[in-house]
Write a protein that binds this ligand. Structure first.
Ligand SMILES: Nc1nc2c(ncn2[C@@H]2O[C@H](COP(=O)(O)OP(=O)(O)OP(=O)(O)O)[C@@H](O)[C@H]2O)c(=O)[nH]1
Length: 319
């Protein structure tokens, strides 16, 4: 997991984020070959071993290694097939794979790189070379993870952004449809925020948005829930496997948590402190194109909350 705090620091050094003991998976049907690599990495890394392709896939899913050293020629499932399967699975496709093989023909190498390997090392391995290559690919992995994290985190509030929310909403829509369970979203808008900016200035406005984001981040969420900044002074929360009652209760607790912070808002016409209006919508995901209807319904409920006097929660069940 990328260290978000370190990532936003101006002194960020990718190498500093390489785990102190990287987790390596060594795959080879010949234990003697595993032994050779273990002698190179065993001291400074946590090493997992597999002697077949099938076992390698299982270890990968259970242990999430940082990098895999993978033999090509193995009985039953060869390295090419293992790599192909790893790259097709969202859980494992970001793990770098280095092929370690005695077959060093350009055709073999090309095939390995085409199925997603990052490098190719020939046996017998040279310890200094293999160590250097592993370090290079661990550094690149840390950089790629960091970029993925940066692309999904809102720069001001440091909570997930709309891009991550949209991705997760699409995934949870499919998951709840398969499981035939309800999916709820909570749409939140800070009340009279234009007046807040006009009265206190834009920088104070930014600080206020960070406070709202903190309330969302610190709310006691369930495992698959997600709270994100949707844009401007709007936030959104995703609650898979949650019915309307559950989502309304959560929305109300967010509204009160912010109200209890009692952040002064002298320019507000509905309260003396910063408040939020909240729209909730719940659905049994059915058609593929229903996501827009769910978002639209939550937005309508938010509008109703604004019209009803702000600092309140409204919700609807789309069935
Ligand atoms: N400080 C700050 N202000 C922002 C940011 N993003 C959006 N805003 C401001 O948020 C304000 C939103 O104003 P409106 O959409 O009119 O809504 P409102 O004033 O909150 O009024 P109601 O929603 O009706 O209660 C605008 O003035 C935007 O400039 C931001 O990142 N920082």
């Amino acid at each position: 997991m990328t260290d978000i705090k370190a990532l936003f620091s101006s002194e960020w050094m990718p190498e500093a984020l390489i785990p102190a003991r990287p987790r390596l998976l060594i795959v080879d049907d010949q234990p003697v070959n595993i032994q050779v690599l273990y002698q190179i990495f065993g001291k400074d890394s946590e090493v997992f071993m597999a002697t077949s392709g099938q076992q390698a896939l299982e270890v990968c899913r259970q242990k999430s290694p940082d990098l895999i050293l993978l033999d090509v020629v193995m009985p039953e499932m060869d390295g090419i097939e293992v790599c192909t399967q790893l790259k097709a699975d969202p859980e494992t496709h970001n793990i770098p794979v280095i092929f370690v093989t005695s077959q060093d023909s350009p055709e073999e190498e090309t095939k390995g790189l085409e199925v997603g390997a990052v490098d190719f090392i020939t046996k017998p391995v040279n310890p200094a070379v293999v160590r250097a290559r592993v370090k290079t690919h661990l550094t690149l992995k840390v950089q790629a993870d960091a970029l993925r994290t940066l692309a999904s985190i809102d720069g001001l509030t440091r909570i997930p952004n709309r891009r991550l929310f949209d991705d997760r909403l699409a995934g949870e829509w499919r998951a709840c449809r398969r499981a035939n369970t309800q999916l709820s979203i909570i749409m939140i808008d800070v009340d009279h925020f234009k007046k807040y900016n006009d009265h206190y200035g834009h920088l104070e406005g930014d600080t206020c948005l960070k406070e709202v984001a903190n309330v969302l981040r610190d709310a006691n969420w369930r495992g698959r829930d997600l709270a994100a900044r949707y844009g401007g002074e709007e936030f959104v929360c995703l609650l898979p496997e949650t019915d309307l009652d559950g989502a309304l209760t959560k929305a109300e607790s967010l509204r009160t948590a912010l109200e209890n912070l009692a952040l002064p808002h002298a320019a507000s016409t509905n309260a003396s402190c910063v408040t939020i209006s909240v729209g909730v919508a719940t659905i049994y995901p059915k058609a593929e194109d229903g996501v827009a209807a769910l978002l639209g319904a939550a937005d309508e409920q938010l509008y109703k909350a604004k019209q009803g006097g702000r600092n309140r929660v409204e919700g609807c069940d789309l069935g």
